[in-house]
Design a binder for this molecule. Structure first.
Ligand code: ARG
Length: 387
């Protein structure tokens, strides 16, 4: 039901009945302020001018002919001859009910595309912060809308489940398990992370063990894999509680964390080198991009492999875009991430396009949002607690 069109017809009929020409325009618009009703007809003044009569007089005549019984519960003239229309809530409710009775809400399905939506993406052994919350809510709203339109939507929860911090986290989990015979309570993830970091910074033996564990984990060591799994599972079951509470549609099956792309990374680096896109620079492997200049006006270097062999967040996002096209068959990929990561994504995708990993016909879209700022105008710091 198009209410504006309905009211336009009604007011035009009343204008004609009041002596206006048949092509008179009622100019019905939604009112800008509640005090002017839900809609207002602004056409009376123009018509009165043409007819050479006083606008308010014409407006009064229009009111005597205006048939809005049951639709509006109040109609009044304002100013030089505006007509303010206040809809009857009971009538409005009936229109909503009628719309809901149609399960498509009057929306026709579209030609389906495969759309991958990257959203939420919290990090392991950390509480979701407000940025993740925004991504989660906006992303889930998009996912529901796209599915309603008839698209094949793939939810991709790009969980931060990889990186050098896992050595420290595994070492701390081990310490906790040794000290507490029965399964310990990991409900306070922030405290867990904080304590692990503290031990890493202050206890040399612990730090050494942590470093050894990273290497073992990356090498596929069974024990370290199992400890890592535990950390991911605990974090994700806590996140799952939040998703349920927020009525967000993400499930465990939607987790496609950073670790998923590990096996692709050596091949990507080798391929970028072979294509002449990546070069060795001070021991690291770097892609220099003309599109981005550093402070000195030189092409900016994007590191894809560190001197010590480690890969970076960008390397993972290059692999991830490739995977979403090649393996998931995406027609479009939507990323819901805050605006601070815009340059990171643009650099990763510039490399992706140059390497030919994703064709131009497939769009990679950063749907960014801003930050939630504290009273001091700075981003909330969940790490320091309290927020
Ligand atoms: N885990 C990341 C963070 O907390 C967000 C990941 C967003 N997705 C991506 N493909 N980079 O900042």
């Amino acid at each position: 039901m198009n209410i504006q069109a309905l009211l336009s017809d009604k007011v035009t009929q009343a204008l004609v009945a009041a002596g206006a020409p048949a092509d008179s325009e009622a100019l019905v618009r939604q009112s800008a302020k509640a005090q002017f009703g839900d809609y207002q007809a602004n056409g009376v003044m123009g018509v009165a001018k043409k007819l050479g009569i006083a606008p308010r007089q014409l407006a009064e005549q229009v009111l005597t002919h205006l048939e809005l019984d049951g639709i509006a519960n109040k109609v009044e003239i304002a100013g030089p001859g505006f007509i303010n229309i206040f809809l009857d809530p009971a009538w409005l409710a009936k229109q909503v009910e009628a719309a809901l009775a149609d399960e498509r809400l009057g929306v026709a399905p579209v030609k389906p595309q495969t759309i991958v939506v990257d959203y939420s993406a919290p990090n392991v052994a950390k509480e979701m912060h407000v940025g993740h919350l925004r991504s989660t809510i906006i992303g889930d709203a998009s996912v529901r809308t796209l599915e309603f339109l008839g698209h094949n939507v793939i939810r991709a929860n790009h969980v931060g489940d990889w990186g050098t911090q896992f050595g420290m986290l595994i070492a701390y989990l081990e310490k906790m398990q040794n000290e507490h015979a029965n399964e310990m309570d990991l409900s306070d993830l922030e405290a867990f992370y904080r304590e692990a970091k503290k031990h890493y910074d202050e206890d040399a033996a612990f730090a050494e063990r942590a470093r050894a564990y990273v290497v073992k984990l990356q090498g596929g060591d069974e024990y370290c894999r199992e400890m890592w799994r535990k950390l991911v599972d605990i974090t994700m079951s806590q996140n799952q509680k939040n998703y349920q509470r927020l009525n967000v549609t993400l499930t465990k099956d939607d987790v496609m964390g950073e670790s998923l792309y590990n096996s692709m990374l050596p091949g990507i680096v080798a391929d970028l080198k072979a294509k002449g896109l990546a070069v060795e620079s001070e021991g690291a492997t770097v892609v220099f991009l003309d599109e981005y200049k550093n402070k000195d006006g030189e092409p900016m270097g994007v590191i894809i492999q560190k001197k010590d062999g480690g890969y970076l967040y960008t390397t993972t996002d290059i692999a991830c875009a490739k995977y979403r096209y090649e393996t998931l068959g995406a027609d479009r990929v939507l990323y819901y991430i805050d605006s601070r990561q815009h340059q990171h994504l643009m650099q990763a995708w510039t490399i992706v396009r140059k390497a030919g990993y994703v064709p131009d016909s497939v769009s990679l879209e950063h749907h960014m949002f801003g930050m939630m700022l504290g009273k001091d105008g700075k981003p909330f710091k969940t790490r320091s607690g309290g927020t």
